[in-house]
Design a protein around this ligand. Structure first.
Ligand code: CIR
Length: 270
């Protein structure tokens, strides 16, 4: 795959979904109390506004009460400039979310296809860089799903590599993000993984691991509120940041990347 500067962070559009009240029943590894649908919607409003201010046209889909985790739209799909892929999330309560997001993908893309086979991939395990797409194996993304996704991406002209997400990390991108321009933000364990070759890595300070999940959107990096060490490290690396509250999302293991599908339509991402 040719290096496409900006592929991983130059976007024109995003798809999001309003958090439902049922998010109180969302999946979580450790119970820190139920998120409130109302408070979550308020935080989500700030998120949508930040994406718009970063220059994106944002589709906000209606809340889906039948799927408590459905505001985390990153997991059931993956978008590239030339088309979208409906994924198969790897946990039972979220399996149907791929079918639910498909009409929104079809409204934006001429080409929408479903992950072939019977394996599972959560979009949270897929890190798009400008020259490679990394797919993390996890409790949600299995070998069969990762390999068929890699093959499909290859058919579309993209190079992908399958990596082992460290144990205890929900999704590959729970512990790392691209800041763009060849720079990675990662937790200590991910920074030492070797997945990122000789790219520059900004390491999240100990105790701030949650803040490894940020998103670069055009000229800014969206960073969760309450992680001063990470914020300072991102700014010291030369990036402009926008801080957003993610307190409700965090109660159900969600972060900034999970809340949107971001993509570029109408030509080169750069
Ligand atoms: C889940 O466990 O599936 C949701 N409660 C959180 C999903 C977060 N998504 C992501 O990291 N891409």
């Amino acid at each position: 795959m040719a290096h496409q500067p900006g592929l991983s962070f130059r976007f024109t559009h995003a798809i999001t979904r309003t958090p439902a009240n049922s998010v109180a029943n969302g999946l979580r590894a450790v119970d820190a109390g139920d998120p409130s649908g109302e408070k979550f919607r308020e935080e989500h409003g700030h998120y949508v506004k930040a994406l718009q201010e970063a220059g994106l046209v944002v589709d906000v889909l209606p809340a889906l009460e039948t799927y408590p985790d459905s505001c985390f739209v990153e997991d059931p799909a993956f978008c590239l400039p030339e088309g979208a892929i409906q994924l198969r999330p790897g946990t039972k309560s979220r399996l149907g979310e791929g079918r639910e997001i498909r009409p929104a993908l079809e409204a934006r893309f001429g080409k929408v296809t479903e992950l072939p086979g019977t394996g599972h991939v959560d979009g949270g395990d897929v890190l798009m860089l400008d020259d490679i797409i990394l797919i993390g194996l996890s409790a949600r993304t299995d070998r069969e799903g990762a390999e068929s996704f890699k093959k499909l991406l290859g058919d579309w002209g993209y190079t992908a590599a399958v990596c082992e997400t460290p144990t205890g990390v929900l999704h590959f991108k729970t512990a790392c993000s691209t800041l763009g321009d060849g720079v990675i933000l990662a937790t200590g364990i991910m920074a030492e993984s070797g997945f990122f070759g000789d790219r520059k890595i900004v390491t999240v300070p100990k105790g701030e691991e949650y803040a490894a999940n940020v998103i670069r959107v055009n000229d800014v990096v969206l960073v969760p509120e309450g992680y001063p060490g990470t914020l300072a490290a991102i700014e010291a690396a030369g990036f402009k940041s926008v801080v957003l509250p993610t307190h409700e999302a965090r109660k159900v293991d969600g972060g900034l990347s999970c809340l949107s599908l971001r993509f570029s339509l109408g030509g080169s991402p750069a």
